[in-house]
Design a protein around this ligand. Structure first.
Ligand SMILES: C[S@@+](CC[C@H](N)C(=O)[O-])C[C@H]1O[C@@H](n2cnc3c(N)ncnc32)[C@H](O)[C@@H]1O
Length: 404
């Protein structure tokens, strides 16, 4: 059955919201004031989910990306950039209100270019074609370029498409100061080396076939080595602005011993090392810790140490830290780590989060002892619904008596 729906507004995930017989329906790929014919794909107790069959009236679009309807990676792409930022701000404010019952003052919304920002993408191959998987499926959406990725990445996509007569199952392209390719599939080493003579580092089926095995990136005057298995922030410009703010905040304070939890290649620990007496970084991926130790040497830093383990296994060992910085994956902190943080009770906690839902969940416990001194958000992933949040938490006066 088909229904005509007028889209009234956009939700936090970039889906249009309308109504059918007074029941709310969420419709992807629509904008405010669109009138669409939809079919219902999910009928839940409180809401419906629909799919557009036909646009009857279409609001103006920015039309930045030819693949946006199929790819689904950039669910905000048709929304003007100012409105995207506004939606992200509202999303975070609503979550704080709903989950924590408090208004949150967002003091800044950090942003930079909304296109050509990604320094890393992963493409899949199927039937000798490269592309992204359509959201929640293994259906390939073949692409020639990705407008949110850096130009260097797009030129490599074109070149990969010209050698795709060979089967590539998956390829990760990283473009920082140098370029790295990490290819998996049945393509010969000679073909790769002949076609990508200018690429600095190449892995083929997990073997290093060219270069030193790492590339580098400069952030706030420090240099970081990154190998194929190590995490690195995908938006270098926005990441630099976030850490500029954090470093400035630390310049005003005096903390002695810091923990950098989920430290990756040691980025935060090394950036803050000039402003504290000591830092210990903990990270589970061994290649990232290898990079972190290389980065420590490269930047001539000698007050930082790195441990390769899960945060939850080691955090309790650090009783005398007065600053804890956490930058967890989307799943947020686990209960054991939160309990340890509250036992350690440092003077300050800096929580960098790529998922506001898990951030507010974790803050429920932390805000019993800490007050939010400063809070800002950053648009690390323009044109997608994702938003990065940074909270600077200070120990409450009432909890100070619990300090050891
Ligand atoms: C969002 S990244 C942050 C990396 C780093 N802070 C940076 O800015 O580059 C999260 C990191 O946590 C690591 N990780 C995930 N689960 C972990 C755990 N349980 N214990 C330690 N590290 C973990 C991941 O490998 C990844 O490097």
């Amino acid at each position: 059955m088909e229904y005509q729906v007028e889209i009234e507004k956009i939700d936090h995930f970039g889906r249009g919201i309308g109504k059918i017989n007074n029941k709310v329906i969420f419709v992807p790929h629509t904008l405010k004031n669109d009138i669409v014919l939809v079919k219902i794909v999910k009928d839940k107790k409180k809401f419906l989910e629909g799919e557009v069959l036909k646009y009857i009236k279409k609001s103006p679009r920015t039309a930045l990306c030819p693949y946006s309807n199929d790819c689904g990676g950039c669910s905000f792409i048709d929304i003007s950039y100012d409105e995207q930022l506004q939606i992200k701000k509202e999303k975070v404010k609503d979550l704080f209100k709903k989950e924590l019952g408090i208004p949150i003052k967002i003091e800044e919304v950090i942003s930079d270019s909304n296109t050509n920002y990604r320094n890393k993408i992963r493409l899949h191959g199927k039937d000798k074609k490269l592309g992204f998987y359509k959201e929640k499926t293994n259906d390939l959406v073949t692409i020639d370029k990705c407008i949110i990725s850096k130009d260097e990445i797009n030129s490599i996509i074109k070149r990969l498409n010209s050698v795709i007569d060979n089967n590539i199952d998956e390829v990760a392209i990283r473009s920082n100061k140098e370029v790295m390719l990490d290819i998996k599939g049945s393509i010969s080493k000679d073909i790769v080396l002949n076609n990508f003579k200018d690429i600095d580092t190449i892995y083929l089926n997990d073997f290093l076939i060219k270069g030193e095995g790492y590339i580098t990136e400069d952030i706030l005057g420090k240099t970081f080595m990154i190998s194929n298995k190590s995490f690195f922030q995908v938006n270098t410009k926005v990441c630099s602005k976030i850490f500029y703010n954090i470093v400035n905040y630390l310049k005003e304070k005096k903390y002695h011993n810091a923990l950098d939890l989920y430290c990756g290649v040691g980025l935060i620990g090394i950036l803050i090392s000039d402003f504290v007496d000591s830092v210990t970084g903990i990270e589970v991926v061994s290649d990232a810790i290898k990079n972190a130790n290389q980065n420590k040497k490269l930047n001539k830093v000698n007050n930082v140490n790195f441990i390769c383990d899960k945060v939850e296994n080691r955090i309790h060992e650090f009783r005398d830290v007065d600053l804890i910085i956490v930058d967890p994956p989307r799943s947020g902190l686990d209960k054991k780590s939160i309990t340890s943080m509250i036992e350690i009770l440092p003077k300050a906690i800096i929580y960098i989060s790529c998922n506001p839902n898990t951030l507010v969940r974790d803050l429920k416990d932390l805000l019993e002892h800490y007050k939010m001194e400063r809070f800002f958000i950053a648009d690390m992933f323009p044109n997608t619904y994702h938003v990065e949040c940074v909270g600077l938490l200070c120990l409450k006066e009432t909890s100070k008596s619990l300090e050891k």
